[in-house]
Design a protein around this ligand. Structure first.
Ligand SMILES: [Zn+2]
Length: 462
C-alpha cells in the first residue's frame, strides 16, 4: 500500500465513522449490484442479526463471521449501500478492492508446488491426485498420505479440505500443516507413524482455486467461484436439501448465491466424486472465521442427540484453544449457533455418504479472514492440531471394520438409538467409527452379527 492509499484509507475510515455517528445508529444500509469495489466490514449484535436476518439477507448484506463470546456478527457491505435497514452497526474496517492478503498466504500454483514437493520428498508416503478441474480449468489437487502409498490397501479413509470460500486464506494453511506435520514426523513420533500406517489420509488444501485467483488479482474479499463474473457459493451448491431452509440465496449477486441448480458447479462435483470414491469415515472442512466446530445438520433438525457426530464435535471444540489463548471453540449445529445453512458439503456427506463430517471455523473476529501471517499462521495451525489428531485416534479405537459382499450394511446399536447404513467400498471392505457399545451388523442376504466395541478396532466378516 502506498502513502496516498494509506491516507485515503485513513480518511475513508474517518468518514465512515463520522457517517455512522451522524446518521447515528440506526445506520442505513442497502443493496447495490455485486461488483468489485470497496467494502465496509461492520458488526452488529448477534441478537439483532437473529431478529433482522430476513431483512439483512434481502438487502444482500454479506455475512462474514461471528464472535459468539462477545455476541457480535460481522457483516460486509458494499460502499454504495444506503437504504433504510436501520441496523445498529459499528464500523470495523474499510476494505479496498486494491487490498491483497498478506503475500505469505498461498496461490493455487504455490499449493500445487508444495503438494508435488511432498510427493517428491516422501515417495513412500505421499502421492498427488488430481480430483477435477475448476470452471476456469485450473487443477484441483488432493494429497494422499499413507504408508507404502504406491501399494493399494483397504485402510479406513479420512478427508481434510480447505478453501471452499476464497477469501478464507487460513483455511488452506491448516490442511497444509496437517500434511507437513504427518510427513515430517513419520518415523519419529509413534502416534504419527501409527496413523499413517493404519489409515488413508486425504488432504485437499484448496478447493476453490478460481476464487483464490480472484482474491489475488481483483478482490481480497471474494468468496465464491468464478461463474459468469458473479460466482456461485460452492458451499451452498451441494444437492442435499439444496434451497430448502432459507440457508442460501437465489440472488446471483449475494455472496451465498446457491447457483442455478443443485451441484451445478465443477468444484462441487470434484469434491462429491472424490468423496464417493474414497468413502471417508471422517471429514473436516476448514473455514474461517468464528472459532466454531459445526456438525450436521445445517438444514433441518435431523441429528439425534447422543449420536456419534455430536459428542465427537464437542470433544474437538474442547481441544482447540481460541485466539485469546484461554477459551475454547464452541460446538453446535448451524441453526443453533446462528442460522441455517442449506446445500453445504457437510450435510451432503453426512446424509448421502455416511461421512461423519465437520466444519471448523478457525480464528476469531478480531483476526477476520486474513490475519497477519507471521503473527497468526503458526499459532492457528498448532491450536487446531489436537482436533484432527483426535479423529485419527478415533480411527484406531472405536472402529468397526470388516468385509461384505453387500453394497451397504446396517450398523444398529443394541438397546440404543444409533443406526447407520455404511457403504461398502469397491474392494469389499467397510469402516465405521462408533461410540463404545454393542452393535448389530446386518446386510441384504447376510446373517446378522453382534459385536461389542470397547476401545480397539473390531473386525467383522458379514
Ligand atoms: Zn467459509
Amino acid at each position: 500500500m502506498n502513502k496516498s492509499q494509506k491516507s485515503q484509507r485513513h480518511f475513508s475510515q474517518r468518514k465512515l465513522l463520522l457517517a455512522l455517528l451522524f446518521t447515528a445508529s440506526p445506520f442505513f444500509l442497502g443493496m447495490s449490484p455485486a461488483k468489485v469495489g470497496n467494502r465496509y466490514m461492520i458488526k452488529i449484535t448477534d441478537q439483532e442479526f437473529r431478529d433482522r436476518q430476513a431483512d439483512i439477507r434481502k438487502q444482500g448484506l454479506d455475512y462474514a463471521g461471528v464472535d459468539l463470546k462477545n455476541h457480535f456478527v460481522y457483516l460486509l457491505s458494499r460502499d454504495a449501500d444506503l437504504v433504510p435497514l436501520a441496523l445498529h452497526a459499528q464500523p470495523v474496517q474499510q476494505i479496498f478492492s486494491s487490498d491483497r492478503p498478506d503475500a505469505k498466504y498461498k496461490t493455487s500454483d504455490q499449493v500445487a508446488t508444495k503438494l508435488l514437493g511432498y510427493a517428491a520428498s516422501f515417495p513412500d508416503l505421499a502421492a498427488v491426485l488430481p480430483i477435477g478441474k475448476s470452471l476456469e480449468g485450473r487443477d484441483i489437487f488432493a494429497l494422499k498420505i499413507t504408508g507404502k502409498v504406491q501399494t493399494p490397501n483397504s485402510r479406513p479413509a479420512i478427508l481434510f479440505n480447505g478453501m471452499h470460500h476464497a477469501r478464507e486464506v487460513m483455511s488452506t494453511e491448516v490442511p497444509l500443516d496437517i500434511a507437513d506435520y504427518l510427513l515430517t514426523n513419520y518415523g519419529k513420533d509413534a502416534s504419527v507413524t501409527h496413523w499413517v500406517d493404519s489409515t488413508q489420509i486425504y488432504i485437499i488444501p484448496m478447493l476453490n482455486v478460481d476464487g483464490n485467483h480472484l482474491v489475488w488479482t481483483s478482490d481480497s474479499m471474494w468468496r465464491k467461484n468464478a461463474r459468469d463474473g458473479v460466482g456461485v457459493d460452492i458451499n451452498r451448491n451441494y444437492p442435499f436439501a439444496w434451497n430448502t431452509c432459507n440457508g442460501s440465496s437465489s440472488n446471483r449477486n449475494a455472496d451465498d448465491y446457491r447457483g442455478p441448480s443443485p451441484a451445478s458447479e465443477p468444484e462441487t462435483n470434484a469434491l462429491m466424486n472424490f468423496v464417493t470414491q474414497i468413502h471417508p469415515v471422517f471429514d473436516i472442512s476448514f473455514h474461517s472465521f468464528g472459532e466454531l466446530v459445526i456438525y450436521p445438520y445445517g438444514c433441518g433438525s435431523h441429528t439425534e442427540p447422543g449420536t456419534i457426530v455430536e459428542p465427537i464435535g464437542r470433544a474437538m471444540a474442547d481441544l482447540i484453544t481460541a485466539d485469546d489463548g484461554r477459551s475454547k471453540y464452541t460446538a453446535g449445529i448451524a441453526p443453533d449457533l446462528l442460522y441455517s445453512v442449506d446445500g453445504d458439503d457437510n450435510d451432503w456427506m453426512y446424509h448421502e455418504q455416511h461421512v461423519i463430517a465437520y466444519t471448523i471455523e478457525v480464528n476469531a473476529g478480531s483476526q477476520g479472514f486474513q490475519p497477519k501471517y507471521d503473527r497468526w499462521r503458526d499459532s492457528t495451525v498448532k491450536r487446531v492440531r489436537p482436533a484432527w489428531q483426535y479423529l485419527l485416534n478415533k480411527m484406531s479405537s472405536t472402529l468397526i471394520t470388516g468385509t461384505s459382499h453387500a453394497s451397504s450394511i446396517r450398523i444398529a446399536e443394541v438397546n440404543g438409538r444409533y443406526s447407520e447404513d455404511i457403504k461398502v467400498n469397491e474392494d469389499g471392505t467397510f469402516h465405521a467409527v462408533v461410540n463404545p457399545g454393542s452393535y448389530e451388523l446386518s446386510g441384504p442376504g447376510r446373517h446378522a452379527k453382534i459385536v461389542t466395541v470397547v476401545k480397539t478396532p473390531v473386525h467383522v466378516d458379514l
